[in-house]
Ligand binder design. Structure first.
Ligand code: PLP
Length: 446
């Protein structure tokens, strides 16, 4: 395997494509996370193709890929079984029928078997949709309107939750009672009246909010591991306390497992951390690279969909491609030892990076769980979004990212994103990554 030493000068085809694209496509890209202002400077890399743990850009540079499509490629790029299942389905059966296929119940059974908290499940196309339906179901079930969500998390881009993702903290109120801050213009005024924004990992703030607004709160919506402000783990007992408080107050606990689902274990973060939410949302890992999401949970809550009291619709939901991909992906993920092997490779990377950065004398914490991690450049532990804003060195992260990219290691330029590991990553990939990290760490420390 030959990892090329790439430099900005060697990505001129990407640069030219970007200049051409931005004349037609706002920002030159089709999602915020790929935009220049999300860190991809001087321009995003344009991809030629992916294969296993690697991607090749249009200039012929090959990278070990820890971006992994921002999470879905848990089996690596072009996983044979999933690709074949999708091709077979398209060629032999079709794509969209607006009628059910037998394969949907087969998939539902696999999801229910994997997740003890999920008694029944509906499919959606994206995480954004699934979160939207989860909050709607919670409101319909409880007859209440308010949703608690946490500063720095991301639950998709719908008006109802696209708040307080990355607010400027000096404009976002006190630490223990942040104000809702819209993620940009265009969100309708008034939506925030139904949102309570809290700092994460703070059981006292949660307790106070439930004491004040308890009988108006429909749901607490949280990622079980905070993945949209880098990687922040729940402190011991925090999720247990959240579970106990919500249960007592009749509040629906929604786990947004769009990133953690099918990544931290076949039962997601909830199985790994042993917490049982009422509703859960899954997406990325479920489809092995194809667009599919799911919302599942308690039988009595999901029953609202049975007779159409809460309607869940969509031309493309449970289309043939999505269901074939998810069925094949879950078969792969269910293979004995799958997560042990994935964790072993991921741990080698996480501990290896920590060792390299510590030995170089850099103030770094590599935080993660299983095949999910991020490097924090800080001397202080990061518990929540405001800690990250105050104590994490974003400039050092930027130099780290550039150094690694120039040595053929790809991950997102944002310190608030994650490194993902796939089943296709090998020990050789990790060793090559650590070699690159050693180089970059030396450079940063000098
Ligand atoms: N929830 C979380 C935790 C996410 O990270 C994301 C996307 O990154 C979403 C929801 C939205 O999912 P999608 O991009 O599939 O709409």
């Amino acid at each position: 395997m030959n990892f090329m030493q790439i430099q900005t000068t060697a990505t001129q085809t990407s640069g030219a494509l970007f200049e051409a694209a931005r004349r037609l496509i706002p920002g030159g890209v089709n999602s915020t996370a790929r935009a220049q202002w999300s860190g991809w400077t001087p321009h995003p890399l344009f991809v030629e193709k992916g294969f296993g743990s690697q991607v090749q850009d249009v200039d012929g540079n090959v990278y070990i890929d820890y971006l992994l499509g921002l999470g879905p490629m848990i089996l690596g790029h072009r996983p044979l079984a999933v690709t074949q299942a999708v091709v077979d389905f398209i060629q032999q059966r079709g794509t969209v029928f607006a009628l059910p296929t037998a394969d949907e119940a087969v998939l539902a059974q696999k999801i229910v078997d994997a997740l003890p908290s999920v008694e029944r499940v509906r499919l959606c196309n994206t995480g954004t949709e699934a979160v939207l339906y989860a909050t709607r179901l919670a409101r319909a079930f409880t007859g209440r309107t308010k949703i608690i969500r946490f500063e720095g998390m991301y639950h998709g881009f719908s008006d109802a939750v696209y708040w307080s993702k990355h607010p400027a903290i000096e404009k976002a109120g006190p630490d223990s009672q942040p104000y809702p801050v819209p993620q940009g213009p265009g969100l309708p005024a008034g939506v925030e009246a139904n949102l309570i924004i809290l700092p994460w990992n703070d059981a006292d703030a949660l307790k106070a909010a439930i004491e004040t607004h308890g009988n108006k709160i429909a749901a607490v919506l949280t990622e079980p591991v905070m993945c949209n402000t880098g990687c922040i783990l729940p402190e011991p007992g925090y999720l247990e306390t959240m579970r106990a408080m919500t249960e007592k107050a009749g509040i629906v606990l929604i786990f947004d497992e769009v990133i953690t689902g099918f990544r931290l274990s076949i039962g997601g973060a909830q199985a790994r951390l042993r917490i049982t939410p009422d509703l859960s949302v899954f997406a990325k890992g479920l489809g092995g690279g194809f667009p599919v999401a799911a919302l599942g949970g308690r039988r009595d809550i999901m029953a609202l969909v049975d007779d159409g009291r809460v309607s869940m619709a969509g031309t493309y939901t449970a289309n043939g491609i999505a269901v074939a991909a998810a069925n094949a992906t879950l078969d792969e993920l269910s293979a004995p030892g799958f997560y042990d092997a994935l964790d072993a490779v991921s741990d080698r990377l996480r501990y290896g990076l920590q060792d390299v950065l510590t030995k170089a004398g850099l103030p770094a914490h590599v935080v993660g769980i299983g095949a999910l991690m991020q490097v924090w450049f800080t001397t202080r532990p990061i518990r929540n979004y405001r800690d990250a804003e105050r104590f994490a060195d974003q400039q050092l992260f930027d130099r780290w990212w550039r150094g690694m990219l120039s040595r053929g290691v790809l991950f997102h330029p944002g310190a608030y994103e994650n490194l993902f590991v796939s089943a296709a990553h090998t020990q050789e990939d990790i060793d090559a990554t650590l070699d690159a990290a050693r180089d970059v760490a030396r450079e940063l420390a000098s």
